[in-house]
Write a protein that binds this ligand. Structure first.
Ligand code: CA
Length: 165
């Protein structure tokens, strides 16, 4: 009899524990990710002397992110710009290796007030580049990820100028 009471007590304790431990987990699971769509594009490159060292070897890359959400609020889009040096002659580019040389990271805060797409422009500055480069951006927000178009550009200016693909 005493044993039965004791094990009943144990069952109650276990039940109480499981209510406390399970409830917060399931509450978290019910909350769905409000981010429904994400896009990123690189729209252009401007070559100039941004750091004032006398050489037009710096670039400003212009891009746009777009987010679609189900809940009004402020969201953070994590952006990684990958750049790769492709050589000094665009007609004879260095193509060895698919890996990108450099990553530039930034976070873009975007306010979405309805459930349609919200877009925001961004710029990324890169300094002291010589030769031709290609660039590509990855974005992530909530559960969504997106990949941009590839751009090709030549910081020293010259006869051809920046090219958008
Ligand atoms: Ca410069």
């Amino acid at each position: 009899m005493k044993n039965a009471k004791r094990s009943m007590g144990l069952v109650l304790i276990i039940l109480t524990l499981s209510i406390f431990t399970v409830a917060p987990v399931s509450a978290k699971r019910q909350r769905e990710d409000p981010v429904e769509g994400l896009g990123v594009s690189l729209r252009g490159v401007k070559v100039s002397d941004l750091d004032g060292d006398g050489f037009e070897d710096d670039v400003k890359i212009y891009g746009t992110v777009k987010v679609k959400v189900s809940e009004e609020g402020r969201y953070s889009v994590k952006l990684v710009l990958m750049t790769k040096y492709i050589g000094k002659d665009p007609n004879n580019p260095i193509t060895s290796g698919k890996k990108y040389d450099a990553k530039t990271r930034m976070t873009i805060r975007i306010y979405c007030d309805d459930d349609s797409w919200t877009t925001k422009k961004f710029t990324i500055k890169l300094y002291n580049l010589e030769g031709w480069y290609k660039g590509l951006a990855y974005a992530s927000c909530g559960d969504e990820t997106a990949k941009s178009n590839v751009i090709v550009f030549d910081p020293p200016g010259g006869s051809v100028g920046p090219v958008n693909n």
